[in-house]
Structure formats: structure tokens, C-alpha cells
Design a protein around this ligand. Structure first.
Ligand code: PLP
Ligand code: COI
Length: 356
């Protein structure tokens, strides 16, 4: 399918882009274009285009607004020193988008078309890719039900879009260890639910817990397994790892209730490449607490596309605190290696990069 290019009436000037890229923050500025592909039950995917970024008209009865039939992805475009631009493991995002789409009764999008949508958008907005340490152009592909119909069933009209947003550190400012709030009042997902899908409702349901976290001076929420007491699942928008003093990496296993992070699977691979043992299994807060106190657990970190690899400084569980060691050596070196691969300064030995 060919993308039609609908030019921007007034793209921002080089000066304006430069001033945005000087301090990109996270998720507040958007590039000049958006890639769009429409779908109807009758025609399938059609009318691929790159058009000016801006508000979209949606029927007030569009089912996404009522029943949240929506899925999304998060990925990044990285600037290399020769000016070329790459993204990271886009086939994995395509596969996860389709897995989420199946769960939410949305149509699947061909991997080639998904990758073409990224290529076309980044080609139009290549001036928007920042190049500072830990910076990238965050790409947000998403798909939602546009059909105007209030009956509860899968929509017959859907739109897929990609928007792009220059991004620095997700938590703002310089990289430093984050404080995490343990959610005791709210769970994120349960077996058979939508926890494994990247769908807006999971995030909507996490916001009240995120508010509690903020009230307690924490930047993220840790959700627990609703079935197994004190078992760690994941953060509101990131997976979790612990590092032990004998060279093991521990991370909650994929039980269908957590998101299978592409950063998570990359970290597992990089750790195995170094000869570290990776244990994907149930981890309880008690094990975490005891391990930190005994010195067996030496580091904890969060990981995800937005967060990259961010050290966890402290876990706040009501009145109880589980301290950690700050930015540990393993955390820092895995972060450096991952970012190095993504930005072209470390050899891409697994063929993870895709030129845009
Ligand atoms: N878990 C949740 C709930 C997320 O939102 C994310 C971010 O996308 C992740 C984990 C990490 O996934 P990835 O590494 O693919 O970005
Ligand atoms: C991502 O890392 O891409 C996410 O979707 C998580 C969110 C915290 C922005």
C-alpha cells in the first residue's frame, strides 16, 4: 500500500524545533505529522497517508469513547552520529500490537504496513529526532474504534495512527533512582483480563494508584498479583528486575497479567550474553525486603521503552520502606549497553536495529 503524503500547511520552523529539542521532556511536544491508515470490515485496511498533526474529528458515538476499544504501542527512533535514524525491534512491537488487537477484538495490521507507517512518519519528521544522552523520538502507534454505534460489539470501523514526540528522561531531569509506591488498594490485572494487552483501560485503571503514589512522593506504582500474596507484577508503565550479589537477575514471570516488555526481553538477552543467570519466576515483596536487608539483593531497576533502564531507589509499602542501593553497577552497565546498541555506539549483535 502506498502512503499518500498530505503536506503540512505551516510546519514549525527549524528554530522552533531546535528550542523544543533543547529540552524535550516527555510526551508534551508532538512532531509536525501523523501517519494514518483506516480500516472497515468491508474494505480492510485502506487509505494510508501521512498528514499534518492536529485535532481529529470523531463522532461523539465513536465506540472508543464509550467502550475503550483501543490498543497502542510505544517505541523510539534514535539518531546515530552519521545522521541516520534507527528504531529498535519493530517486528516485536508489530507482533505485540496484533496480540493486543486480538484481545480487544480489533483488526490485525500487517507487520510490513506497521513498519512502513513508522518509516513514512519519521521520514517526514526527521528533524524532530533529538540526539542527547537518553533522548529519542518517542513513537506512539495506536488503533481505536471509530464506528458510531452504542451497541456493545466489536466496531466495524477502526483507525490506526502513529504520532511522534521528542523525549528525554521519562521522569524528568537527570537520571536518578525513583521511589515506588506499592499499590495495596488497587490491582492492575487478573487472570483472563486484559493485563497482557497494551490497551488504554489498563492505564486508566492505574491512574488512581498513580495519584496515591504521587501523594506519597513516589514516581511510579508497583502492582501486585491479586492471587498470590505479595507477589510482584510490574509498575504502571514498566517491568521490574532485581539483581543479586551472585550475578543473577530476577524478574516476574509472564503469567498473562503483565505486559511482555520488549525492553524486558532485551535485558534478559543482554544479561544472558554476559553469562548472568536470569530467573523468570514469582518474586514476593518479602523476598525483596529480606534480600535487600541481607545484602543478597543489591540492585533493583525498572525498564521500558519510555523509562529505558531506571534504577529503583526505594519501595514504599504503607509505613514500611524497602531501601535499595541507588544506581548499581549492573543497572548502569545494562543501561549503557542497551542505549549504546540503540544509538549505534555498541555493536548490534542481535540485529535489533531497523533503519527508518
Ligand atoms: N509494562 C507496562 C505496563 C508498560 O506500559 C510498558 C511500556 O510499554 C512496559 C511494561 C515495558 O514495555 P516495553 O519495554 O516494550 O516498552
Ligand atoms: C512505554 O514505555 O512506551 C509506555 O507505553 C509506558 C508509558 C509509561 C509511557
Amino acid at each position: 500500500m502506498q502512503f499518500e503524503i498530505v503536506d503540512h500547511p505551516a510546519p514549525r520552523s527549524a528554530e522552533q524545533i531546535k528550542s523544543i529539542l533543547a529540552d524535550p521532556g516527555f510526551g508534551t511536544n508532538f512532531s509536525d505529522h501523523t501517519a494514518v491508515i483506516d480500516w472497515t470490515e468491508q474494505r480492510g485496511w485502506h487509505h494510508a497517508r501521512v498528514e499534518p498533526y492536529g485535532p481529529i474529528a470523531l463522532d461523539p458515538a465513536a465506540s472508543v469513547l464509550h467502550y475503550s476499544q483501543e490498543v497502542f504501542e510505544g517505541m523510539k527512533a534514535y539518531l546515530h552520529s552519521d545522521g541516520s535514524i534507527y528504531t529498535f525491534r519493530p517486528e516485536a512491537n508489530a507482533a505485540r500490537l496484533n496480540k493486543s488487537a486480538r484481545r480487544m477484538a480489533l483488526p490485525e495490521l500487517d507487520e510490513q504496513l506497521f513498519i512502513a507507517s513508522l518509516e513514512q512518519l519519521v521520514r517526514a519528521d526527521k528533524a524532530w529526532v533529538p540526539g542527547g544522552e537518553g533522548e529519542a523520538l518517542y513513537l506512539r502507534p495506536f488503533m481505536f474504534a471509530t464506528e458510531a454505534f452504542l451497541g456493545v460489539r466489536a466496531a466495524k470501523e477502526v483507525t490506526y495512527r502513529v504520532i511522534a514526540s521528542p523525549a528525554g528522561n521519562y521522569f524528568g531531569g537527570e537520571l536518578k533512582p525513583v521511589r515506588i509506591w506499592v499499590s495495596r488498594d488497587y490491582v492492575r490485572a487478573a487472570p483472563g483480563g486484559t493485563g497482557e494487552a497494551k490497551t488504554g483501560g489498563n492505564y486508566a485503571g492505574s491512574l488512581i494508584a498513580q495519584q496515591q503514589a504521587a501523594e506519597h512522593g513516589c514516581q511510579q506504582v508497583l502492582f501486585l498479583d491479586p492471587l498470590h500474596e505479595n507477589a510482584v507484577e510490574e509498575l504502571g508503565g514498566m517491568n521490574v528486575f532485581l539483581v543479586t550479589n551472585d550475578g543473577r537477575l530476577l524478574t516476574p514471570e509472564l503469567t498473562g497479567t503483565i505486559l511482555e516488555g520488549i525492553t524486558r526481553s532485551s535485558v534478559i538477552q543482554l544479561a544472558k550474553d554476559r553469562g548472568l543467570t536470569v530467573e523468570e519466576r514469582r518474586i514476593t515483596l518479602d523476598e525483596w525486603d529480606r534480600g535487600v536487608r541481607s545484602g543478597e539483593i543489591t540492585e533493583a531497576f525498572a525498564c521500558g521503552t519510555a523509562a529505558v533502564i531506571t534504577p529503583i531507589g526505594e519501595l514504599v509499602d504503607g509505613d514500611h520502606r524497602i531501601a535499595s542501593t541507588g544506581t548499581g553497577e549492573v543497572t548502569q552497565s545494562l543501561r549503557d549497553e542497551l542505549l549504546g546498541i540503540q544509538t549505534g555506539t555498541v555493536e548490534d549483535r542481535h540485529g535489533w536495529l531497523h533503519r527508518l
